[in-house]
Design a binder for this molecule. Structure first.
Ligand SMILES: O=C(O)C(=O)Cc1ccccc1
Length: 302
């Protein structure tokens, strides 16, 4: 049976996302995002489920860095979860002096904590569920967790539905070693990472290859290249699937300009939003235009 490693321990948002993406695969938790990616690279798991971005806090940097370095992995599916939190504690609210969670969770409940647990000191844990484990062990007083955590960790529920920003969402990826890609659906996302050269206009040139083909970006993040102060990698997500002529053409152009470009996958969007098609930038427009050039080359035009 195939196995999916997810960023755990049991009861994380990522477990929830992995369950929504899994078929009959067995799921198993690992302690860090990097361990989830490593378990696929080593063949201990067939796929990994990890968070990649959040509508309040932005990118999950451990995932981005982990995808840019070491053996390539490719995203084959994504899940989008609404994120609201449950606050769990060993004892009553009056006794809470420390509240632990994943940094993204703490950032999303900062106002709630100021208003409801003003005496409590926020403490960073590796995940929301790791914070619940630490509370059980008596290391901290309260944890900001995913709603499902309560099923795994028998703690007192201090609050549910906690979120400073009501419509917060986190996007998760299912990553596999390179192989057969998911079929295009018309509502797909393609991801790449590339290190633009350190010269005037280098990033603008990369982006212009997408813009001139009418390709709509959905995300752009810069991450430092470790050991190279001042140098950055750019993570670019855009609408469309590499199987489409316009996307294939854009990737070929990016590759021409930048030989370190890494393909990170083409897969259906969880929100089902169809690609924006600018006038003259539909796939048929690209196919017809290529056919016209072929005809010109063959002298077949009147
Ligand atoms: O710690 C978790 O539960 C995770 O899956 C990472 C995370 C943290 C905060 C919001 C969404 C995902």
């Amino acid at each position: 049976m195939s196995r999916i490693a997810y960023f755990g321990p049991q009861g994380t948002f990522t477990e929830q996302a992995a369950r929504s993406l899994a078929g009959d695969e067995e799921l198993f938790p690992v302690e860090t995002i990097s361990a989830a990616l490593t378990s696929v690279r080593k063949g201990e798991a067939d796929a990994a489920c990890v968070p990649v971005e959040n509508s309040v806090e932005g990118p999950v940097t451990a995932t981005l860095d982990g995808l840019a370095e070491e053996a390539p992995l490719v995203a084959v599916a994504e899940a989008l979860l609404p994120v609201h939190f449950t606050v769990l504690a060993r004892e009553d609210v009056e006794t809470v002096r420390t509240v632990a969670s994943h940094p993204h969770a703490l950032a999303q409940v900062r106002l709630w904590l100021e208003r409801n647990l003003p005496e409590a000191r926020p403490v960073v844990a590796s995940s929301t569920a790791a914070a619940a484990v630490a509370v059980q062990r008596g290391e901290y007083d309260a944890a900001v967790t995913a709603p499902v955590a309560v099923e795994h960790y028998p703690l007192r529920v201090l609050a549910t539905g906690v979120a400073d920003v009501p419509d917060a969402r986190t996007r998760f990826l299912l990553l596999r070693p390179p192989g057969r890609l998911p079929e295009p659906t018309g509502a797909d996302r393609t991801s790449i990472v590339a290190a633009a050269a350190n010269r005037t206009g280098a990033l603008a040139e990369l982006l212009s290859e997408l813009a001139t083909r009418g390709i709509n970006l959905t995300r752009l993040d810069a991450r430092p290249i470790k050991g190279n102060f001042g140098m950055y990698r750019f993570f670019i997500d855009f609408e469309g699937h590499v199987a489409e002529p316009r996307i294939g053409g854009a990737l070929a152009a990016l590759r021409r300009r930048c030989n370190n470009v890494r393909f990170l996958g083409s897969h259906p969007r969880a929100d089902g939003v169809a690609a924006t098609i600018e006038p003259g930038a539909a796939n048929d427009d690209f196919v017809n235009a290529d056919a016209w050039v072929d005809a010109v080359r063959k002298g077949e035009l009147a």
